[in-house]
Write a protein that binds this ligand. Structure first.
Ligand SMILES: [Zn+2]
Length: 332
């Protein structure tokens, strides 16, 4: 049983105990409630004795996030009963549908910009954050966001959805991208459990071709301009580390045809069968040498190269890629 979470678990169990006792005192299904009360007391005893949180089947540690949600769990994910497994699968399928519904249009063309992205969860849901918010009127800016919540699976996807909602609300204000990240960071720090953090690039593309980028510890976006690739370095710490983090912004003017590529570490940290890493260098080189020029073809070229590199190696992380191009026909 990891020390982390023990206090929370104890208080979760005690809260449940109090609720059960008050439910018992008002009558009702007393036999079932008494059974639950016994289970809670047993769990508290095991917690005191130091043998709490082990799977009945394999005696390995049960996942701490699951225990915090239900401290009475007796099996690890690998040893669920059939009804438990079915319920979990149904929940995941629903979560996956909800998450797909949060994604923007895949192939966006708006005043002066063309965008294409690829979003691929490692499991049913992803901890990657991908969003595009065009202005309601043609003259306004296009906001683009790509990030990665630490961890993966349902917990990460829920934090991602919460962060996305926060940022979307803040987009309606007149904050600079840097101040927007600072505000989102503060709200995330107040709301999320400690030890959770997220990396995020928040960018704003104006109709005139100017891009402002603030980066909370995410892989640096790459600017592809006439066969040359420039990295736009990170300007801040990940979101959720410290409440008072400030974020600066970098401004770049894009000429028609220039492209900005954003990606999550599911690309750069992909591994082949021998364990070698794909690496950020390879992404840059590939971009510089790419014969493809349009966003959709660039993304496809990277995915093809990645598939060749990984061969049959299993994918472990969520993967997202976004290419934002100043329309070749845009006025300078
Ligand atoms: Zn087990």
């Amino acid at each position: 049983m990891p020390a982390l979470g023990e206090t929370e678990l104890k208080s979760e169990l005690r809260t449940r105990r109090e609720r059960l006792e008050s439910a018992l005192s008002t009558g009702g299904e007393s036999a079932r409630l008494e059974g639950l009360l016994e289970e809670v007391d047993e769990a508290l005893e095991r917690l005191e004795a130091g043998n709490y949180g082990l799977c009945d089947s394999c005696h390995e540690t049960i996942e701490i996030e699951r225990l915090l949600g239900d401290p009475l769990l007796r099996t690890c994910l690998d040893h669920l009963t059939e009804p438990e497994r079915r319920a979990l699968e149904e929940d995941l399928a629903l979560a996956s549908r909800i998450q797909s519904g949060l994604l923007p249009r895949r192939d966006l063309a708006t005043a002066g910009w063309e965008v294409f992205y690829h979003y691929e969860p490692a499991g049913p849901v992803s901890g990657d954050y991908c969003d595009l918010v065009p202005a309601e009127d043609e003259a306004g800016p296009l906001f683009f966001l790509l990030g990665d919540v630490a961890g993966k699976g349902v917990a990460a996807s829920m934090l991602m959805a919460g962060l996305r909602a926060t940022v979307r609300t803040l987009l309606g204000t007149d904050l600079t991208v840097g101040d927007l990240l600072a505000r989102a960071n503060r709200l995330f720090c107040e709301g999320a459990a400690p030890s959770h953090y997220a990396t995020l690039v928040c960018g704003k593309a104006s109709r005139a071709g100017r891009i402002e980028v603030a980066n909370a510890g995410h892989c640096p976006p790459l600017l592809l301009r006439g066969g040359e690739v420039l990295g736009i370095s990170a300007t801040g710490l990940p979101i959720g580390l410290f409440c008072g983090t400030q974020f600066g912004a970098t401004t770049v003017d894009l000429a028609p045809g220039d492209t900005l590529l954003l990606y999550t570490d599911g690309l750069s940290e992909s591994r082949d069968r021998s364990g070698a890493e794909y690496g950020a260098e390879r992404v840059s080189r590939l971009l510089a040498e790419a014969r493809a020029t349009r966003p959709k073809a660039l993304v496809a070229a990277i995915l093809e190269d990645l598939a060749g590199f990984r061969a049959a190696a299993p994918r472990r992380d969520d993967l997202s890629l976004m290419a934002i191009q100043r329309s070749p026909g845009a006025r300078i």
